[in-house]
Ligand binder design. Structure first.
Ligand SMILES: Cc1cc2nc3c(=O)[nH]c(=O)nc-3n(C[C@H](O)[C@H](O)[C@H](O)COP(=O)(O)OP(=O)(O)OC[C@H]3O[C@@H](n4cnc5c(N)ncnc54)[C@H](O)[C@@H]3O)c2cc1C
Length: 519
């Protein structure tokens, strides 16, 4: 590359693949204009993200998530082209890639958004060793400088309810920063090769570039800001107004509109939470406040809370005891049996509600919030497995993987997080199936081998007799990997002995890894 006379500013784009409401991009542009530098937005596909994970048999990023990321980068380049700019795309470790272009591009400064995970911050440190790096904050709805007086990311309350109450007392949400105008004059003339090409899946080490679309997927997820904005508008301004009904539908399992489905685009930053908030507020202005709006905003606060918590407690979110302080007492022992792990990962635990959700994630990259709670609770509490193996599996498979939303939710469910109920929350899989899939449509769609099993037995196929199994064609569906107590409503009723005293009904108790109240 020819040296660029005056100098260049890099905007290193990470989980902020958008041009609307992008502070690093906006600041980079302003700095370039002031100093008469050129600007080069850059994305690096880091090979470490495609290496094997702790789970061992899978890569840290699976093909569906990688595909979504590739589409997002492709769209980002198109959007930058639209405003006269371009995007440099490289495959390599950001600290190496940036180091290698410093001289050729005469790089003066780099702008980027700060991340909170340990791997991400290590990379930031690597980059800051070779160049002047200005890190900004972009992932939350409430900017750290706008947290209520006396609150900083390091002093946020440890429970969500207190966090929410505190920020609601003096809520400030900034307006989204408008799209940059014309980048033509500050974009350097580089060759196509220097700008680089969008990698394919095979360039990232996957066997094939082809992924068969999953017909049963809740919706088609295509990465990129363009599609993210489209989805935001479609959900919020849909004639049937799913947002107003969100509080009632958010535990759904089937279809596009039981929840917003914003998370894939938010996780790689194709849309910002401030943009969503702005749209929700416009909707509220038109239709008046309602439970749905309130509930959705509450979830955006939840996302903020976990992001700030991750910043505050650092690496603890990846430790087996999380942020619980056991002081050597009552600490659960966790299993790591590879065969059990495999059964959960393949959706073959013998518990239909768990298996259906895992199979949905494996084939479509998506799982509902209810499904995530069910499968993570089953893994950590009923199977007693090291919850971090499950969190890693989600990391690889979910197209909306987000470091703090994933690891903090797992911690919370596994009972080593900051649940005010002190780790006593867990779910009975049979009851969950009865409550959230009463007609068995969800289970039957993802576990076709159970499609002929009648409803009362569907959540408990191990109660079928051998001849029933044969009759319904589900002989191959596995026996349960662990037993779960039947909910009280399904227990055979004993006839009371004449003259016996009436006893109060007791709740089912999960025995592994800790006594827990079943929801
Ligand atoms: C074990 C487990 C792992 C999870 N892993 C992730 C993950 O990797 N990435 C991710 O984005 N979310 C994760 N979640 C949170 C939640 O399940 C998803 O954000 C939600 O299902 C996404 O669907 P939606 O966009 O339709 O959400 P909606 O219900 O429409 O909510 C709107 C937005 O609020 C935020 N939100 C909602 N629920 C939560 C929550 N519990 N925690 C944090 N933010 C929330 C999301 O950004 C979401 O897009 C996880 C939850 C659990 C229980």
């Amino acid at each position: 590359m020819d040296k660029i006379k005056n100098g260049t500013v890099l905007v290193w784009l990470r989980n902020d693949l958008r041009i609307l409401d992008n502070e690093a991009l906006t600041k980079g542009i302003k700095f370039s204009e002031d100093k008469k530098y050129k600007i080069v937005p850059i994305v690096c596909f880091d090979p470490r993200h495609y290496e094997k994970s702790m789970v061992g048999h899978i890569r840290k990023t699976q093909n569906l998530r990688a595909k979504f990321l590739i589409e997002s980068v492709d769209d980002l380049r198109k959007n930058l082209n639209r405003i006269g700019g371009n995007l440099m795309i490289k495959v390599g470790r950001p600290e190496d890639v940036i180091k290698n272009i410093i001289e050729d591009l005469n790089v003066k400064k780099v702008f980027a958004h700060k991340e909170v995970g340990s791997e991400e911050t290590t990379v930031e440190n690597g980059v800051s060793k070779v160049v002047d790096l200005d890190l900004l904050w972009s992932h939350t709805l409430v900017h750290p400088d706008d947290l209520p007086k006396g609150t900083t990311p390091m002093t946020i309350p440890m429970t969500f309810a207190s966090f929410r109450n505190r920020i609601l007392k003096d809520l400030k949400v900034r307006d989204p920063i408008p799209e940059p105008k014309d980048l033509k004059d500050i974009t350097p003339e580089l060759s196509e090769q220097e700008w680089g090409t969008v990698p394919s899946l095979t360039d990232l080490g996957f066997d094939s570039n082809k992924i068969e679309p999953e017909k049963r997927a809740v919706m088609k997820f295509t990465g990129g800001e363009t599609e993210g904005i489209k989805r935001t508008k479609a959900y919020i301004w849909n004639k049937s107004q799913p947002l107003s009904d969100y509080a009632n539908t958010r535990n759904g399992l089937i279809g596009a509109d039981y929840s917003s489905k914003f998370s894939p685009w938010m996780s790689v930053g194709c849309i910002s939470p401030r943009y969503i908030y702005q749209q929700v507020k416009l909707y509220e202005k038109k239709y008046k406040s309602n439970d749905g709006i309130e509930a959705l905003i509450r979830e955006l606060f939840f996302r903020d809370y976990f992001r700030y918590l991750g910043q505050k407690v650092g690496n603890k979110i990846f430790k087996i005891s999380g942020i619980r302080n056991y002081n050597g007492k009552d600490e659960p022992t966790w299993d790591t049996d590879p065969e059990k792990l495999k059964r959960w990962c393949e959706g073959r635990t013998g518990h239909p509600m768990v298996d259906a959700n895992i199979r949905e994630m494996n084939l479509s990259g998506w799982m509902s919030n209810r499904g995530r709670m069910i499968t993570s609770s089953f893994f950590s509490r009923d199977m007693g497995m090291d919850w971090r193996l499950g969190a890693e599996y989600f990391e690889a498979k979910l197209i909306d993987y987000d470091v703090t939303s994933n690891w903090c939710n797992w911690m919370y469910i596994a009972g080593v997080g900051n649940d005010p109920r002190g780790g006593s929350r867990s779910f009975n899989m049979i009851k969950q199936a009865k409550d959230f899939d009463p007609k068995g449509e969800y289970i039957k769609s993802w576990i076709p081998e159970l499609k002929n099993v009648p409803i009362p037995k569907l959540p408990v196929p191990w109660l079928l007799t051998a001849s029933e199994r044969k009759q319904y064609g589900c002989e191959d569906y596995p026996e349960p990997v662990v037993e779960v107590p039947l909910p009280a409503s399904m227990k055979p009723k004993k006839k009371a002995e004449p003259g016996a005293k009436k006893r109060k009904a007791t709740t089912n108790i999960a025995l592994s890894p800790k006594k827990a109240k079943k929801e």
